[in-house]
Design a protein around this ligand. Sequence first.
Ligand SMILES: [Zn+2]
Ligand SMILES: [Zn+2]
Length: 85
Amino acid sequence: MAASGIRGGGRNHGTASAYNNYGCRCEPCREAASAARRAWVISLQDRLFAEVPHGTASGYRNWGCRCEPCSAARAGGRDRGREAS
Ligand SMILES: [Zn+2]
Ligand SMILES: [Zn+2]
């Protein structure tokens, strides 16, 4: 039998996609993922404040907004969807 226990030989470690797509949690991948996330949050912050749907859980969660209405919406779990909390 060929050794089949070795997986991920072809992955590019140290990339956010290895972390997100392959679920790799090695240190380089974790760092790349958190760096990508930071960049993403910053890119969201660069957008117009008015573009964010404030006062919704999506404003908090998807847009990374931490303004008072968004934080309140998130705390209250109020969203237009009917996801069970
Ligand atoms: Zn990795
Ligand atoms: Zn907001």
